[in-house]
Design a protein. Structure first.
Length: 422
């Protein structure tokens, strides 16, 4: 490993990166000499994933500029279950990444407050305002995570199949009844296409969105927290609505399918639409080779509902710096180099994701339809609009939703079973 020695007073890790052209500004405290060191980073990515390629390249550039290596342990999505026990056991970890909401809510006692370090580089102005608002809300006003690879959720559709079913831009639905009309038109067309497809692990998006349209995010959370399912008429109405999609044959015959078989139906020319995150077009393209254009619209509004299409499930991955780390500044500097500037755009280009840095305004072509909606989406929802906010009950809610969408139980049975959670 290289060593970084005899650096003059006032020069920082990030100013070294500045000189190398890697990041735009300086962030670290004054340093006179840094011996051989390394940052221990647990990553949510698998080593062969394209995100890992971008991060590995950033780590190499960081070491080249500073002499400080980034020791990456590729944990994949298993990090969700591994990071908590590791932190509880006192394992040496300087930096890790995961879903930024889960990071702040589940591990906040281990995370460093980043405000002082972020101020030196004006980092908060590089974060999408809606993401910054959420991070600080979950952190009781503290900046505990650094968002990157943002996502939005909504209905993604195959434009070629949309036209094949006889639909035009004028058919893009704003309301629930408009969506039903679109589904009916596709089903009754000569195309042989299914209107929608879905994967089993994402049925909570269908119900979460519909429930939040009726109640709003806060009342959804309160409903789950207080377990007032049987006293909330909108809960059954939302269940009726989602069950109708399956009962009426608007969903593909395989839905809810094993992931990613459902979403891949949109790329395979079998289904027109899927409700999913903005990573879906890229995943479907990689799985199926579909290279035509994608359309997007927000989940529609319901009659007499609390929220309209301004409400959206939006989120990101996030980096967290450990409170007990001896390399806090260095870990922040490295994460900052990934979340902003050229590395952020490399991530955007390679995996067709939304840029994290607000200075990077160019979205990938396959996500371009969603960009025009971003400014109108002013009410951020948690994942599944809060259906996973209570860890003790999220698995039961998911199990009941699978029964509901497989038509194994009625809406009345669904509500009754959820009412017995407590």
């Amino acid at each position: 490993m290289k060593k970084w020695k005899s650096i003059s007073t006032g020069v920082s890790c990030l100013s070294i990166l500045l000189a190398a052209g890697i990041v735009p500004v300086t962030a670290s405290d004054e340093i006179t000499e840094i011996p051989e060191q390394s940052i221990v980073y647990w990553s949510m990515w698998e080593e062969e994933e394209p995100q890992a390629d971008v991060i590995r390249e950033a780590a190499e550039a960081y070491e080249e500029a500073t002499g400080i290596s980034v020791e990456i342990q590729w944990k994949g999505r298993r990090i969700q279950s591994l990071i908590g026990p590791a932190l509880d056991a006192g394992e040496q970890i300087d930096l890790f990444d995961d879903d930024y909401q889960r990071m702040v809510q589940d591990h906040r006692e281990y995370l460093t407050e980043l405000k002082k370090m972020s101020e030196t580089v004006d980092y908060e102005n590089h974060i999408m305002p809606v993401l910054l608002e959420q991070v600080k809300n979950w952190g009781n006003g503290e900046l505990l995570a650094m968002p990157y690879q943002p996502y939005i959720t909504g209905v993604w559709y195959n434009k070629e199949l949309w036209e094949e079913a006889g639909l035009t831009e004028k058919d893009i639905p704003d309301t629930w009844e408009d969506l039903i009309k679109v589904c009916r038109k596709i089903r009754n067309s000569d195309s042989g296409l299914s209107a929608m497809a879905c994967d089993g692990e994402y049925v909570n998006l269908l119900y979460g969105y519909q429930l939040a349209r009726y109640l709003g995010q806060e009342r959804v959370w309160q409903l789950i927290h207080d377990c007032t399912w049987s006293q909330t008429a909108e809960a059954k109405q939302a269940a009726d609505d989602i069950r109708r999609l399956f009962l009426a044959g608007y969903m593909s015959r395989t839905s809810p399918a094993d992931h990613p078989e459902g979403q891949d139906e949109v790329g395979n020319g079998e289904a027109v639409m899927v409700l999913q995150g903005s990573w879906t077009p890229n995943e479907v393209t990689e799985d199926t080779g579909y290279d035509d254009t994608w359309g997007f619209f927000p989940w529609p509004a319901v009659k007499n509902g609390t929220d309209g299409t301004e409400g959206i499930m939006i989120g990101a991955q996030g980096f967290g710096v450990m409170k007990d780390s001896q390399m806090k500044q260095e870990a922040f500097d490295f994460a900052y180099s990934v979340c902003t500037g050229e590395t952020d755009m490399k991530m955007t280009d390679i995996v067709n994701s939304i840029p994290a840095d607000t200075d990077n305004t160019q979205w990938p072509e396959m996500l371009a339809d969603a960009a025009s909606y971003m400014g109108k989406m002013s009410k951020p929802y948690m994942w599944a609009a809060g259906l996973e906010a209570e860890p003790d009950y999220k698995d039961q809610i998911q199990a009941e939703l699978l029964k509901l969408t497989r038509l194994e139980e009625s809406s009345e049975e669904f509500i009754e079973n959820l009412s017995n959670m407590k």
